[in-house]
Design a binder for this molecule. Structure first.
Ligand SMILES: NC(=O)c1ccc[n+]([C@@H]2O[C@H](COP(=O)([O-])OP(=O)(O)OC[C@H]3O[C@@H](n4cnc5c(N)ncnc54)[C@H](O)[C@@H]3O)[C@@H](O)[C@H]2O)c1
Length: 296
């Protein structure tokens, strides 16, 4: 089994990056979102990433054009009928993903493999709404996809060895390092990362230190390239909250309870970088102003 034609569903931060690395690996790619402006935004991100690579001498202008030429925008799911792999990267919402996979299952021939880029939802549960749980797998890329080397490959209860091997081989061809993980809440990456981000939020919430102070401690003291609150903004606070809820409900362990400050920011629509405001406010001239706890 070797994948040549790939449908990526969702053209947000992750879907656009996945489409880019798939096209860089020589695959024909269809990139689907719900509205033209969302597909266009994804394509613009890819174009910007590739232009930067050309400026830095990492790619030739011809390579850039060839990669872009392999990415086909679409607003419907019909290409699932022509592809051999579908990679889903829509919102982190179980019901939305299940509805999508039910629809894809009707359109795609039985041999087509389905992969989900979910950060935390059970692969086995998503696979169960389809008629092909043996050809269903988790393919968890890291953000930003073109830069980060890791792909967690999550085997659902019924995922076949053939599916696992083909998807791991594709990840290698995309220039990534696949790591095999079993299907438990948060997999490995978010089971370890999210409690750390949540604890940083509690430190702010309880008045232990300011947003900037917490980030500085982790950057200078632990040599992290980004502070935990900056990182949470980068991931998206809605995504962080969704993942913490999956951990909390999946393990029924109070240590994963989401910080009330995170819940409140999400309720206010402060979702981090993507909305210009989260633990920091991001101004158009590139400044980053930390949230003041006493201002809440
Ligand atoms: N942001 C991260 O750091 C990160 C890292 C790894 C995995 N993930 C996971 O990747 C997925 C996407 O996250 P994101 O950060 O790209 O989110 P995002 O909000 O940037 O993008 C999601 C996109 O999906 C689109 N969408 C929603 N329903 C759709 C449908 N039925 N068909 C097509 N498009 C649809 C939305 O319009 C939006 O453009 C989530 O499952 C998330 O947990 C995110």
């Amino acid at each position: 089994m070797r994948f040549q034609r790939i449908l990526v569903v969702g053209a947000g931060q992750m879907g656009a990056g996945i489409a880019q690395v798939a096209a860089q690996a020589g695959r024909e790619v269809w990139l689907r979102d719900l509205e033209q402006r969302l597909v266009d935004r994804g394509l613009a991100t890819i174009e910007r990433n590739l232009s930067r690579d050309v400026e830095k001498g990492r790619k030739t202008p011809e390579e850039k054009e060839a990669i872009l030429g392999r990415i086909h925008p679409t607003l419907d799911l019909a290409p699932a009928g022509e592809c051999d792999l579908v990679i889903e990267a829509i919102v982190e919402d179980l019901a939305a993903k299940q509805a999508l996979f039910r629809e894809l299952d009707r359109i795609a021939p039985p041999g087509v493999v389905f992969a989900s880029n979910t950060s935390s939802l059970p692969i086995t549960r998503l696979a169960a709404v389809t008629s092909r749980p043996d050809r269903f797998i988790g393919m968890h890329f890291m953000n930003p996809v073109p830069v980060m080397k890791l792909v967690e490959i999550i085997r659902g209860l019924a995922t076949s060895q053939e599916t696992y091997e083909a998807v791991a081989a594709l990840a290698v061809e995309m220039g990534k390092t696949p790591v095999e993980v079993r299907d438990f809440p948060g997999f490995v990456s978010n089971r370890v990362l999210m409690p750390m981000l949540n604890e940083a939020m509690f430190a702010v919430y309880e008045g232990v230190a300011s947003v900037e102070a917490v980030d500085t401690v982790m950057k200078l003291g632990m040599n992290h390239p980004m502070g935990p609150l900056e990182l949470a903004d980068f991931i998206g606070l809605d995504t962080c909250l969704a993942i913490l809820n999956v951990l909390y409900e999946g393990f029924r362990d109070p240590k994963y309870r989401p910080c009330p400050l995170l819940v409140q920011l999400v309720q206010a629509g402060y979702l981090g970088r993507k909305t210009g405001r989260g633990f920091y406010t991001y101004t158009p001239d590139g400044q980053k102003i930390p949230l003041r706890r006493d201002a809440l």
